[in-house]
Design a protein around this ligand. Structure first.
Ligand code: ADP
Length: 274
């Protein structure tokens, strides 16, 4: 129920009473919730046939490998190429559905659903970095991490890992060969700041305010080539907001980009030596 009240006065400014308006918003809330459930259901339903298609692609690839000699050289090449294209597109759809599902889950989360715990931040960041190392190395990108072992953050570790991963993953995707990505975490006035900074292609000022919007991509072609869905930063923003934090971005075209997550309620753990 939404309640608004306004004082009522007559022509001589004498108070006549109060107007109270009760607005029943049950239906609006119900429709919002149906809309969010719908997105989750559709995503689940789409995933099932895609999993079947993926299975058959793998079977066909295997059959082709087993019967190479039965095919002419040309048709074998064509077969392989077409199957590769189908596989790439199926994988793209799977990623898109996974991101849509993640976003729709986040939208339906209530504060009480989140499993906040005091978690060592260095471990969380290192885990993300380990996960991204192969891909970074294959592009000659180095990652430099600075995070004191003593910082502990009140987070849902799985969600915060996902947020940091999306930012590091973007830094790798949108930086050229051989650049350096630095990931720094520090305590600042009772808050924790996590910065993911790259020296990659950067983002024009005109695009900056929009990059957190769903499906917003500065360069659609490049994002697609890199396996992007346009949902990564929207997911990060939701996760950070659920932690009562904020996310900011600074960037200069051709110079690089820096994303800063600020989380409230910093805690410094006792070191082993006390
Ligand atoms: P995507 O799946 O396309 O990467 P995101 O929501 O993660 O979607 O990012 C939105 C857009 O913001 C990207 O398509 C890209 O244009 C831009 N972007 C994000 N991170 C960076 C970065 N570190 N450097 C340059 N551009 C970036």
């Amino acid at each position: 129920l939404n309640i608004h009240s306004t004082a009522l006065y007559d022509a001589h400014d004498k108070r006549m009473g109060t107007l109270i308006i009760f607005h029943d918003i049950t239906r609006i809330r119900l429709l919002e919730s149906m809309h969010k459930d719908f997105a989750a259901n559709v995503s689940h339903e789409l995933k099932t046939p895609l999993t079947t298609i993926k299975g058959f692609i793998e079977t066909l690839q295997q059959m082709m490998a087993d019967s190479q000699s039965a095919l002419t050289q040309d048709s074998a090449v064509q077969f392989g190429r077409f199957l590769g294209i189908i596989e790439k597109n199926v994988n793209r759809m799977v990623r898109l559905i996974d991101d849509l599902l993640a976003l729709s889950k986040l939208e339906r989360l209530k504060g009480t659903d989140i499993q906040f715990e005091a978690h060592p931040l260095a471990g969380l960041i290192q885990k993300v970095v380990r996960f991204c190392t192969d891909r970074a190395q294959s592009r000659g990108i180095t990652m430099d991490v600075h995070c004191p072992d003593t910082i502990s953050a009140m987070v849902d570790p799985t969600l915060m890992e996902q947020a940091v991963f999306n930012l590091v993953d973007n830094a790798i995707k949108y930086s050229g060969e051989g650049v350096c990505i630095s990931i720094n975490a520090e305590l600042k006035d009772d808050n924790i700041e996590i910065q993911i900074k790259d020296t990659g292609q950067g983002i024009d000022a005109a695009h900056l305010p929009k990059v957190f919007n769903r499906f917003y991509r500065v360069d659609k072609g490049r994002s697609r080539d890199q396996g992007g869905t346009g949902l990564g930063l929207a997911i990060v923003k939701h996760i950070v907001q659920y932690h009562n934090g904020r996310i900011e971005v600074e960037s200069r075209r051709g110079k690089g980009t820096c994303f800063t997550i600020t989380l409230p309620g910093a805690a410094e753990m006792e070191t082993a030596s006390g």
